[in-house]
Design a protein around this ligand. Structure first.
Ligand code: FDA
Length: 306
C-alpha cells in the first residue's frame, strides 16, 4: 500500500463522519428497508441474487438484541412479500452473542423459524472477529439439526479453518446434514499466531479450503472480488464438474461492479451482499480500508471535489 494511503488509513478515525458517509455511500443501500428493497429489486433485474444485512453490531443491552431480532423478522417478511430473490445475513453479536448466549440462541431460533415460514428463506451467520468464531460455528452446528435454511461463514485467513471444515463435514456426515458455507478471506485484524497475514498465503489457503469444501460436497458461497481467487474458483468448480446450482459467487454492494457483471454474463450464479440501516459507520470504515483508491476519495471529499 502506498505511503499516502497508509497515512489516510491512520487518520481515518479522525475523518469527519459526514465525509466517511459520503465516500462510503456506494457500499450501503441506504438507511431504510425501502432503500434496501429498491436496491435488491434493481440487482434482481440485472440477474443478481442478494443477501440483505441490517447494519449494527456490538450492542450494549439485550433490549437492543431483542429489537434487532424483531427487525430481522420484519425484513424477512418484507423480502418475502415483495417476492425478491434475496436472503438474510445476520451478525450474532447484534443478537446478543457475548452478552447472553442463551438469549442470543433464542433470537436466532425466532429468526430461523420466521425465515422457514417465509419460503423458506435462507439465513447466513456472518463471521465476526476471533473471540466469536467457535461460538458461531457451534451454534450453526446445533441449529442446522433443526433448520435446513441456515449457513455460516468461514474465513481463509484463520489458521484453524481447515480443522473447522473437517469438523463441520464430519458432523454433517454423522447427522446426514448438508454443509453450507460462505468462504471469505476475513476482514478483522487478527494476531499472526492465529491468522495468516500475507496476501499470497491467504490466497493459497482460500483455494485449498475451497477445494476441501467442494470435495466434501458442501454448498459454497465463493465470496471474493480477487481475480486470483475468482479464476482459481472457476478452475476448481470445473475440475469437480460441478453443476452451477451447487455453488454461487458472492460480492459486496459497491465493489467491482464490472467484474460482477462479467461473472453473471458468463452464466454463473452471483449474490450481492446488501447492507442497510442507520448504524453504517463501522461497516463503512471496514470497506474503505479495503479500497485501494480510498486516499484519493477521502481527500477529494474533504476539499469538496468528491
Ligand atoms: P481483496 O481485498 O484483495 O480485494 C480484491 C480487489 O477487489 C482489490 O484489489 C480491489 O480492487 C477490490 N476491492 C476490494 N474491496 C474493495 C472496496 N471496499 N472498495 C473498492 N474496491 C475493493 N468478512 C468477514 O470477516 N466475515 C464475513 O462474514 C464476511 N462476509 C462477506 C460477504 C461477502 C459477500 C463478501 C464478498 C465478503 C465478506 N467478507 C466478510 C469480507 C471479506 O472477508 C474480505 O474482507 C473482502 O471480501 C475483501 O477480500 P477480497 O477477497 O475481495 O480480496
Amino acid at each position: 500500500m502506498e505511503l499516502f494511503n497508509q497515512l489516510i488509513l491512520a487518520v481515518l478515525p479522525l475523518v469527519p463522519k459526514s465525509i466517511v458517509q459520503k465516500v462510503s455511500a456506494r457500499y450501503i443501500a441506504g438507511s431504510t428497508l425501502d432503500d434496501a428493497v429498491a436496491v435488491v429489486r434493481a440487482l434482481n433485474g440485472k440477474g443478481a441474487m442478494a443477501t440483505v444485512d441490517v447494519l449494527g453490531e456490538f450492542i450494549h443491552s439485550m433490549e437492543e438484541a431483542e429489537a434487532n431480532a424483531r427487525y430481522s423478522c420484519d425484513v424477512i417478511n418484507r423480502l418475502h412479500s415483495e417476492k425478491l430473490d434475496a436472503n438474510l445475513s445476520i451478525k450474532l453479536t447484534s443478537l446478543g452473542m457475548g452478552l447472553d448466549d442463551l438469549r442470543c440462541e433464542q433470537h436466532v431460533r425466532t429468526i430461523l423459524t420466521t425465515a422457514r415460514d417465509a419460503g423458506p428463506m435462507f439465513v447466513r451467520f456472518d463471521m465476526e472477529n476471533s473471540p466469536y468464531t467457535s461460538t458461531t460455528i457451534d451454534l450453526y452446528k446445533k441449529l442446522r439439526r433443526e433448520f435446513s435454511n441456515v449457513g455460516v461463514v468461514l474465513q481463509a485467513y484463520l489458521k484453524r479453518t481447515a480443522n473447522d471444515i473437517t469438523g463441520l463435514i464430519t458432523d454433517g456426515i454423522a447427522y446426514r446434514l448438508p454443509t453450507n458455507v460462505r468462504l471469505c478471506k476475513g476482514i478483522y485484524r487478527e494476531a499472526p499466531e492465529i491468522a495468516y497475514q500475507g496476501r499470497e498465503e491467504i490466497q493459497q489457503n482460500y483455494l485449498q479450503l475451497l477445494d476441501q469444501l467442494l470435495t466434501a460436497g458442501a454448498y459454497v458461497g465463493i465470496a471474493t472480488h480477487d481475480d486470483v481467487l475468482i479464476n482459481g474458483a472457476k478452475t476448481l468448480v470445473k475440475q469437480h464438474e460441478l453443476d452451477r446450482s451447487k455453488y454461487e459467487f458472492q460480492m459486496l454492494l459497491g465493489v467491482r461492479d464490472d467484474v460482477r457483471n462479467k461473472i453473471i454474463g458468463e452464466g454463473y450464479r452471483l449474490r450481492v451482499y446488501v447492507p442497510f440501516g442507520a448504524d453504517w459507520y463501522a461497516y463503512s470504515i471496514r470497506r474503505l480500508k479495503e479500497n485501494p483508491k480510498m486516499d484519493g476519495y477521502i481527500v477529494k471529499a474533504m476539499v469538496g471535489l468528491g
